[in-house]
Design a protein around this ligand. Structure first.
Ligand code: CP
Length: 317
Protein backbone atom coordinates (compact mmCIF):
# COMPACT_ATOMS: atom_id res chain seq x y z
CA UNK A 1 0.00 0.00 0.00
CA UNK A 2 1.56 3.29 -1.17
CA UNK A 3 -0.99 5.68 0.32
CA UNK A 4 -3.94 5.64 2.70
CA UNK A 5 -6.48 8.37 2.11
CA UNK A 6 -9.75 6.42 1.73
CA UNK A 7 -11.32 2.99 2.09
CA UNK A 8 -10.32 2.21 -1.51
CA UNK A 9 -6.65 2.06 -0.47
CA UNK A 10 -7.07 -0.72 2.10
CA UNK A 11 -8.36 -3.42 -0.29
CA UNK A 12 -10.24 -6.35 1.26
CA UNK A 13 -11.86 -5.29 4.54
CA UNK A 14 -11.88 -8.90 5.75
CA UNK A 15 -8.10 -9.09 5.29
CA UNK A 16 -7.58 -5.69 6.93
CA UNK A 17 -9.70 -6.69 9.95
CA UNK A 18 -7.82 -10.00 10.28
CA UNK A 19 -4.49 -8.15 10.12
CA UNK A 20 -5.68 -5.64 12.72
CA UNK A 21 -6.70 -8.52 15.01
CA UNK A 22 -3.27 -10.12 14.62
CA UNK A 23 -1.61 -6.81 15.51
CA UNK A 24 -3.89 -6.30 18.51
CA UNK A 25 -2.96 -9.75 19.81
CA UNK A 26 0.76 -8.97 19.54
CA UNK A 27 1.53 -5.35 18.82
CA UNK A 28 5.30 -5.86 19.09
CA UNK A 29 5.55 -8.67 16.51
CA UNK A 30 6.81 -6.35 13.76
CA UNK A 31 9.34 -4.11 15.54
CA UNK A 32 12.04 -4.87 12.94
CA UNK A 33 9.88 -3.47 10.12
CA UNK A 34 10.25 0.13 11.27
CA UNK A 35 13.86 0.02 12.44
CA UNK A 36 15.79 3.08 11.14
CA UNK A 37 12.62 4.35 9.47
CA UNK A 38 11.21 7.78 10.30
CA UNK A 39 7.58 8.84 10.44
CA UNK A 40 6.83 12.55 10.06
CA UNK A 41 3.44 13.53 11.44
CA UNK A 42 2.33 16.91 10.22
CA UNK A 43 -0.57 18.73 11.88
CA UNK A 44 -2.27 21.76 10.34
CA UNK A 45 -5.02 21.26 12.98
CA UNK A 46 -5.28 20.17 16.62
CA UNK A 47 -5.46 16.55 17.78
CA UNK A 48 -5.37 14.36 20.87
CA UNK A 49 -6.20 10.81 19.74
CA UNK A 50 -4.68 10.87 16.27
CA UNK A 51 -1.42 12.32 17.52
CA UNK A 52 -0.97 9.90 20.43
CA UNK A 53 -2.34 6.73 18.83
CA UNK A 54 -0.39 7.14 15.59
CA UNK A 55 2.84 7.92 17.44
CA UNK A 56 2.28 4.88 19.67
CA UNK A 57 1.55 2.70 16.63
CA UNK A 58 4.78 3.85 14.97
CA UNK A 59 6.78 3.17 18.13
CA UNK A 60 5.24 -0.33 18.32
CA UNK A 61 6.70 -0.89 14.84
CA UNK A 62 10.15 0.34 15.91
CA UNK A 63 9.96 3.64 13.99
CA UNK A 64 11.43 7.00 14.89
CA UNK A 65 8.77 9.71 15.00
CA UNK A 66 8.90 13.46 14.29
CA UNK A 67 5.84 15.63 14.93
CA UNK A 68 5.42 19.11 13.45
CA UNK A 69 2.57 21.46 14.35
CA UNK A 70 2.57 23.70 11.33
CA UNK A 71 0.86 26.58 13.10
CA UNK A 72 3.07 26.48 16.20
CA UNK A 73 6.81 26.92 15.77
CA UNK A 74 7.06 26.35 11.99
CA UNK A 75 6.99 28.97 9.24
CA UNK A 76 3.47 29.78 8.14
CA UNK A 77 2.88 27.93 4.87
CA UNK A 78 1.31 29.32 1.70
CA UNK A 79 -0.77 26.71 -0.12
CA UNK A 80 -1.96 28.68 -3.19
CA UNK A 81 0.32 28.71 -6.25
CA UNK A 82 0.77 32.10 -7.94
CA UNK A 83 0.22 34.15 -4.80
CA UNK A 84 2.53 37.16 -4.27
CA UNK A 85 3.92 36.21 -0.88
CA UNK A 86 4.00 39.63 0.74
CA UNK A 87 1.84 38.62 3.73
CA UNK A 88 2.54 36.62 6.90
CA UNK A 89 3.30 33.31 5.13
CA UNK A 90 7.07 32.85 4.89
CA UNK A 91 7.30 29.54 3.03
CA UNK A 92 5.43 27.83 0.21
CA UNK A 93 4.14 24.29 0.43
CA UNK A 94 5.80 23.62 -2.95
CA UNK A 95 9.25 23.86 -1.31
CA UNK A 96 8.25 22.69 2.16
CA UNK A 97 6.81 19.34 1.03
CA UNK A 98 9.91 17.99 -0.80
CA UNK A 99 12.10 19.28 2.03
CA UNK A 100 10.01 17.40 4.59
CA UNK A 101 10.02 14.36 2.33
CA UNK A 102 13.81 14.35 2.39
CA UNK A 103 13.78 13.83 6.18
CA UNK A 104 11.09 11.14 6.39
CA UNK A 105 10.25 7.66 5.10
CA UNK A 106 6.50 7.93 5.70
CA UNK A 107 4.38 11.09 6.10
CA UNK A 108 1.05 11.53 7.90
CA UNK A 109 -0.93 14.73 7.28
CA UNK A 110 -3.85 16.34 9.11
CA UNK A 111 -5.44 19.18 7.15
CA UNK A 112 -9.10 20.02 7.75
CA UNK A 113 -11.66 21.61 5.45
CA UNK A 114 -11.80 25.41 5.51
CA UNK A 115 -15.63 25.23 5.14
CA UNK A 116 -15.68 28.36 2.97
CA UNK A 117 -15.35 26.93 -0.56
CA UNK A 118 -16.83 23.46 -1.09
CA UNK A 119 -15.08 22.78 -4.39
CA UNK A 120 -11.72 23.70 -2.89
CA UNK A 121 -12.28 21.51 0.18
CA UNK A 122 -13.47 18.53 -1.85
CA UNK A 123 -10.43 18.72 -4.15
CA UNK A 124 -8.21 17.81 -1.15
CA UNK A 125 -5.42 20.01 -2.54
CA UNK A 126 -3.12 19.90 0.49
CA UNK A 127 -3.20 16.12 0.84
CA UNK A 128 -2.82 15.61 -2.91
CA UNK A 129 0.20 17.93 -3.04
CA UNK A 130 1.88 15.83 -0.35
CA UNK A 131 1.22 12.68 -2.38
CA UNK A 132 2.54 14.32 -5.55
CA UNK A 133 5.56 16.17 -4.21
CA UNK A 134 6.91 14.38 -1.13
CA UNK A 135 8.18 11.23 -2.86
CA UNK A 136 7.03 9.27 0.22
CA UNK A 137 4.05 7.11 1.16
CA UNK A 138 1.45 9.50 2.58
CA UNK A 139 -1.49 8.74 4.85
CA UNK A 140 -4.37 10.90 6.00
CA UNK A 141 -4.67 11.76 9.68
CA UNK A 142 -7.98 13.49 8.75
CA UNK A 143 -8.21 15.55 5.62
CA UNK A 144 -10.91 17.86 4.28
CA UNK A 145 -13.34 15.13 3.24
CA UNK A 146 -12.35 11.90 5.01
CA UNK A 147 -10.92 10.51 8.27
CA UNK A 148 -10.05 6.94 7.27
CA UNK A 149 -7.93 6.01 10.33
CA UNK A 150 -10.99 6.82 12.48
CA UNK A 151 -13.36 4.86 10.24
CA UNK A 152 -11.05 1.84 10.21
CA UNK A 153 -10.94 1.92 14.05
CA UNK A 154 -14.75 2.23 14.08
CA UNK A 155 -15.04 -0.81 11.81
CA UNK A 156 -12.68 -2.85 14.01
CA UNK A 157 -14.79 -1.87 17.06
CA UNK A 158 -18.08 -2.87 15.42
CA UNK A 159 -16.57 -6.19 14.34
CA UNK A 160 -15.47 -6.82 17.93
CA UNK A 161 -18.89 -6.10 19.44
CA UNK A 162 -21.44 -7.07 16.82
CA UNK A 163 -23.83 -9.87 17.76
CA UNK A 164 -25.24 -10.51 14.28
CA UNK A 165 -23.42 -10.90 10.96
CA UNK A 166 -25.08 -7.82 9.42
CA UNK A 167 -25.90 -5.39 12.25
CA UNK A 168 -28.04 -2.30 11.84
CA UNK A 169 -25.72 0.69 12.17
CA UNK A 170 -27.29 4.15 12.45
CA UNK A 171 -25.12 7.22 12.03
CA UNK A 172 -27.07 10.14 13.41
CA UNK A 173 -26.39 13.86 13.19
CA UNK A 174 -26.44 15.56 16.61
CA UNK A 175 -26.17 19.24 17.58
CA UNK A 176 -22.96 21.18 18.14
CA UNK A 177 -22.40 24.92 18.59
CA UNK A 178 -19.66 25.23 15.94
CA UNK A 179 -19.35 24.38 12.26
CA UNK A 180 -17.61 21.02 11.87
CA UNK A 181 -16.40 19.40 8.63
CA UNK A 182 -18.09 16.41 7.00
CA UNK A 183 -14.88 14.33 7.05
CA UNK A 184 -15.83 11.90 9.83
CA UNK A 185 -19.41 11.21 8.65
CA UNK A 186 -18.33 11.01 4.98
CA UNK A 187 -15.66 8.53 5.84
CA UNK A 188 -17.80 6.48 8.24
CA UNK A 189 -20.47 6.21 5.53
CA UNK A 190 -17.90 5.10 2.97
CA UNK A 191 -16.56 2.37 5.27
CA UNK A 192 -20.00 1.18 6.44
CA UNK A 193 -21.18 0.92 2.84
CA UNK A 194 -18.06 -1.07 1.98
CA UNK A 195 -18.65 -3.36 4.97
CA UNK A 196 -22.20 -4.06 3.73
CA UNK A 197 -23.95 -3.54 7.07
CA UNK A 198 -27.60 -2.45 7.29
CA UNK A 199 -26.54 1.20 7.31
CA UNK A 200 -28.83 4.19 7.90
CA UNK A 201 -27.91 7.88 8.01
CA UNK A 202 -30.23 10.04 10.12
CA UNK A 203 -29.99 13.80 9.79
CA UNK A 204 -32.30 16.82 9.79
CA UNK A 205 -33.43 18.32 6.48
CA UNK A 206 -30.61 20.44 5.07
CA UNK A 207 -27.82 18.20 6.38
CA UNK A 208 -27.67 15.50 3.68
CA UNK A 209 -24.11 14.47 2.91
CA UNK A 210 -22.62 14.41 -0.59
CA UNK A 211 -24.29 11.70 -2.73
CA UNK A 212 -20.96 9.96 -3.41
CA UNK A 213 -20.58 9.36 0.34
CA UNK A 214 -24.21 8.42 1.03
CA UNK A 215 -23.82 5.69 -1.59
CA UNK A 216 -26.37 2.92 -1.03
CA UNK A 217 -27.22 3.97 2.55
CA UNK A 218 -30.79 4.82 3.56
CA UNK A 219 -31.21 8.48 4.56
CA UNK A 220 -33.85 9.16 7.22
CA UNK A 221 -34.94 12.61 8.41
CA UNK A 222 -36.90 11.23 11.37
CA UNK A 223 -34.26 10.35 13.98
CA UNK A 224 -36.57 8.25 16.19
CA UNK A 225 -37.71 6.15 13.22
CA UNK A 226 -34.08 5.59 12.15
CA UNK A 227 -33.05 4.46 15.64
CA UNK A 228 -35.68 1.71 15.87
CA UNK A 229 -33.94 -1.66 16.09
CA UNK A 230 -30.42 -0.23 15.75
CA UNK A 231 -27.53 -2.37 17.00
CA UNK A 232 -25.04 0.52 16.90
CA UNK A 233 -25.72 4.26 17.20
CA UNK A 234 -22.90 6.40 15.84
CA UNK A 235 -23.49 10.06 16.75
CA UNK A 236 -21.69 12.89 15.00
CA UNK A 237 -22.22 16.52 14.13
CA UNK A 238 -21.45 17.98 10.74
CA UNK A 239 -22.12 21.28 9.02
CA UNK A 240 -24.30 21.57 5.92
CA UNK A 241 -22.90 20.20 2.66
CA UNK A 242 -25.41 21.49 0.11
CA UNK A 243 -25.25 24.96 -1.47
CA UNK A 244 -25.94 27.70 -0.55
CA UNK A 245 -25.38 26.62 3.08
CA UNK A 246 -22.06 24.77 2.69
CA UNK A 247 -20.14 24.86 5.99
CA UNK A 248 -22.97 26.50 7.92
CA UNK A 249 -24.66 25.56 11.21
CA UNK A 250 -28.41 25.49 10.51
CA UNK A 251 -29.59 24.55 14.01
CA UNK A 252 -28.20 24.02 17.51
CA UNK A 253 -31.36 23.00 19.42
CA UNK A 254 -31.12 19.78 21.39
CA UNK A 255 -33.94 17.90 19.64
CA UNK A 256 -31.37 15.59 18.03
CA UNK A 257 -29.25 14.99 21.16
CA UNK A 258 -28.88 11.28 21.91
CA UNK A 259 -30.43 10.49 25.29
CA UNK A 260 -31.61 7.39 27.17
CA UNK A 261 -35.16 7.70 25.85
CA UNK A 262 -33.88 7.53 22.25
CA UNK A 263 -31.49 4.67 23.02
CA UNK A 264 -34.54 2.76 24.40
CA UNK A 265 -35.90 2.66 20.82
CA UNK A 266 -32.91 0.60 19.69
CA UNK A 267 -32.02 -3.07 19.96
CA UNK A 268 -30.04 -2.31 23.17
CA UNK A 269 -27.57 -0.59 20.86
CA UNK A 270 -23.98 0.27 21.57
CA UNK A 271 -23.26 4.00 21.52
CA UNK A 272 -20.28 5.24 19.48
CA UNK A 273 -18.61 8.62 18.89
CA UNK A 274 -15.16 9.39 17.52
CA UNK A 275 -14.38 11.97 20.28
CA UNK A 276 -13.85 14.72 21.23
CA UNK A 277 -17.54 15.01 22.15
CA UNK A 278 -19.63 17.85 23.54
CA UNK A 279 -21.54 16.23 26.41
CA UNK A 280 -25.23 17.12 26.68
CA UNK A 281 -25.16 18.57 23.15
CA UNK A 282 -24.29 15.42 21.14
CA UNK A 283 -25.05 12.88 23.89
CA UNK A 284 -26.20 12.95 27.49
CA UNK A 285 -23.90 12.05 30.38
CA UNK A 286 -26.11 9.05 31.11
CA UNK A 287 -25.67 7.51 27.63
CA UNK A 288 -21.96 8.14 27.22
CA UNK A 289 -21.27 6.75 30.70
CA UNK A 290 -23.50 3.69 30.22
CA UNK A 291 -22.08 0.15 29.89
CA UNK A 292 -23.19 0.19 26.21
CA UNK A 293 -20.94 3.15 25.37
CA UNK A 294 -17.91 2.15 23.27
CA UNK A 295 -16.21 5.53 22.97
CA UNK A 296 -13.08 4.50 24.90
CA UNK A 297 -12.76 1.18 23.07
CA UNK A 298 -13.09 3.04 19.74
CA UNK A 299 -10.35 5.47 20.69
CA UNK A 300 -8.12 2.59 21.85
CA UNK A 301 -8.58 0.93 18.46
CA UNK A 302 -7.08 4.03 16.81
CA UNK A 303 -3.70 2.60 17.77
CA UNK A 304 -4.58 -0.64 15.98
CA UNK A 305 -5.90 0.97 12.81
CA UNK A 306 -2.84 3.23 12.64
CA UNK A 307 -0.45 0.33 13.21
CA UNK A 308 -2.11 -1.78 10.50
CA UNK A 309 -1.84 1.10 8.04
CA UNK A 310 1.75 1.97 8.97
CA UNK A 311 2.78 -1.68 8.71
CA UNK A 312 1.42 -1.85 5.17
CA UNK A 313 3.09 1.42 4.18
CA UNK A 314 6.43 0.20 5.59
CA UNK A 315 6.07 -3.05 3.66
CA UNK A 316 5.81 -0.97 0.47
CA UNK A 317 9.18 0.77 0.96
N1 CP B 1 -11.11 11.28 16.72
C1 CP B 1 -10.02 12.06 16.48
O1 CP B 1 -9.49 12.12 15.38
O2 CP B 1 -9.55 12.68 17.60
P1 CP B 1 -8.48 13.86 17.56
O3 CP B 1 -9.07 15.00 16.79
O4 CP B 1 -8.26 14.20 19.01
O5 CP B 1 -7.22 13.36 16.91
Amino acid sequence: MKQFISVADIGSLDKAIAEAKEIKNNRFAFTELGRNKTLLMLFFNSSLRTRLSTQKAAMNLGMNVMVLDVNQGAWKLETERGVIMDGDKAEHLLEAIPVMGSYADVIGVRSFAGLRDRDEDYQERVLRQFIELSGRPVFSMEAATRHPLQSFADLITIEEYKETKRPKVVMTWAPHPKALPQAVPNSFAEWMNAADYDFVIANPEGYDLAPEFIGGARVEHDQRKALEGADFVYAKNWSAYNAPNYGKVLRTDRDWTIDAEKMALTNNAYFMHCLPVRRNMIVTDEVIESPRSLVIQEAANREISAQTVLKRLLESL
